[in-house]
Design a protein around this ligand. Sequence first.
Ligand code: IVH
Length: 670
Amino acid sequence: MEKSKEKIRQEVFELQKKINKWDEEYYVLDNPSVPDSVYDIEFNKLKKLENEYSHYFSYEELKKSPTQNINGKSLDIFNKVKHDKPMLSLNKAYTIEEIEKFIKNIEKITTKYSFFIEPKIDGLSISIKYLNGKLVQAITRGDGQIGEDVTNNIKQIASIPKEIDYKKNIEVRGEVYLSIDDFNKLNQQLEEQNKPKLANPRNAAAGTLRQLNSQIVKERNLSAFIYYVVDCEYHNLDTIENSFLFLKKLGFQVTKESKKINNISEIEQYIKQFKDTKQHLNYETDGIVIKLNEVKYYDELGYTSKFPHSAIAFKYEPDTAITTLKNIFITVGRTGLVTYNASLEPVELSGSMISFATLNNFQYIEDLNLNIGDLVYIKKAGEIIPCVIGLASVKNKDFDKRFNKITQCPFCNSLLIDSETSLEQYCVNENCPEVKRRKIVHFVSKDGMDIMTIGEKNIDLLLNNNLIKDIVDIYKLKDKKDELLKLERMGSKSVLKILDSIEISKQKTLDKLIFALGIKLIGAKVATFIASKVKILSNFLSFDFNSLIEYNEIGEKIISSLLSWVKEEKNIKLINNLIELGLNLEYQETKQNNKLNNSTFVITGTLSKPRSYFENLIIANGGQISSSVSSKTSYLLAGHDSGSKLEKANKLNINIIDENELLRMLEINK
Ligand code: IVH
C-alpha cells in the first residue's frame, strides 16, 4: 500500500530537520549526538524518499534539503578564508553494485583506467599551502567553500613538515587525526584530572585543532595523513599514485595501506582484506576511498555541488546494531562507582556476538529515554566495550514499568551516595564484598602489579574458598600451597606459576604499586609522578603530599584524595603489611632516551633499509627529521647516489654521516 502524500512529506521534513541538526552538531559544534552509521542510515533514508517521491515536493523544498548541500559552517574563533578550490565531499557506496555503477560511469569516457585505493581516515580535512618550500597557511574544510585559518595549530603537528624541498607553490590536502593510542592516553589524563572524557578520536582531534592555545595542540600529539595534491597536473603528476609517491618524498606522512588497483575484482579483494586490517590500525577509519588513478579524466567526468564523479567512498556495514534491551543490571567497581548495564538479545556487531553493553549511569538511561523491552542502537566504543547509544524504537509503552534509579548497593545493600554532580552513584561501604573483589582484580592487573596468572576467575576461586580476603593475603599464599592444590582446576604446575608470578611482582617499581592500590583519582601517570617524589614505599605514609601542589601534574583534588587515603587505619595497616612482606618498592627512573639531543637530521640517497626505519630510529633517540638541508640542519645522513642535498650540505659545512656512523652514535652494534 502506498503511503499518503502528506505522510511522505511529513516524514521527509522531519528527516531533513533531524539531519540538519546532526550536521550542525558534527560540523559546527564538533559534538555529534549520533554515530556516523546511524547518520548514514537516516541520510540514505531521506535521499531515497526524496528520489522516489520527488513529485511530491517543490524544487525549493528539495533544494534546501541537507542532501543537496554541505552543512559544515564554521565557528567564529578563527579567521575565515575562502578555498581557492572548493573542498568537496565524497559520494558513498555500500555495495559492490554501487561501485560497479561508479565504474560504468567512468567507462563512458575511457576504458584505460586504474584505481588508487586508500583508507578513509576519520579525522578532519585540512588544506595546506607551501610558498617557496615554506608552510604558510592551513585551512580547515569548513563548509567546503570557506574554512578557518588554523595555521599556528597545524604547525604544531610533527608529521606535517614545516619546510619542504620543493620550490613551486603547492597546496596539499589531507586529514588531521589523533591516533588511537594518543586518544586513550588523553582520555586517561582527562580522567585523572577529573574532567569529562572525549567521545572518540575524531572529536578529540576536532576539539584539539580548535584550541586557541597552540601548546595544547602540541602536547596532544595530533598527526596528519596527506592524500592529495591540488592541481596535480601543474606539478607534472599524472596519477594519484604518483602524487602519493611525490608527497611521501617531500616528507609528508601517507597511509601505508594505499595502493594502485586495476579492476573490480581487485577492489573486492581489497575490501575483504581491509575489513580485517582496519581493526589493527592505530587510527580510525570509516571505510575506504576508491579514486580514479588517471587525473586527466577528472574534469571531463565532472563534479556535482557535493562530490566529484572520479572518486567514491566505500563504507563497511555499520558497526552499529539494533537489538532488544532485555534487562538492566548493576555493577559496582573498585572505587564503589555504580554502573548501569544492559543485557541484550544477542546480536552480531563487528564480527562478534554481543549480549551486554554499558549504560553508564541512571541519567544516561533517562536522557536516552530507554526502557526494558525497547529496541536500542548499540555500538562498540573504542573496539572493546559495547555501549547502548540510542533508542531505535519504543516497544514498552507501559510507563508504570519504567526502570527506576537504584538507591542501595545490590551487593551489600548499603545506601548509595550521589557524586557532587549527582550523575554518579557510589557504594561507600568499606566492607562491600564486590568493591573488595574489584580492588583485588585491579591490584593484579597488567598496569598494576601485573600478576596476570591470577585472573578474575582465580580471584573468585580464592575468595570463595577463603584463601584470600584482601590484597595482603595474595602475598601469604605461598604458605598455603597445600590448600591451593586442593582447589578445583588447580594442578601443581598452575599453582607454581601463580606463586612464581606473585614473587616476581615483588620486583616491580613503586609507581606500579601506587597505581595498583587503586586510590581515587590516581591513574598510572599520576602514580608515576608521585612515586618519583616519594621514592620508596616506606616514605609513603609520612610523605608531605601538600608539597606536591607546586607541580602542574597534581591538583588539590588529588592531594586531598591522597591525604584522606593515608589517614585511614586500614590503609596504614595495608602499607605496613606490604613492607613487612618484602614489598618496600622503590622508584626507578626510566631514562629518557635523548642520545641525539634534539639534533635535526636530513636523510638523502639510497640506504640499506627503508628510509622510515632510519627516521623512526632517529626520532626514538631524541632527534628530529627535516626534509631539506638548511643552516639549522645538524646532520645529513647520506646513502648512495646522494644528489643536491649532499652538495648543499657540503656548502653549508654540515656534518655528513653514513649509516654506520649513525649506528655508532646510537651505540647500536650491527
Ligand atoms: S579524497 C574530492 N581521500 O572524507 C574528495 N578523502 O567524505 C577529496 N577523507 O572531505 C577527498 N580519508 O575529509 C579523500 N583517503 C582519503 C580520505 C578522505 C578521509 C575525508 C575527507 C573528505 C571526506 C569525504
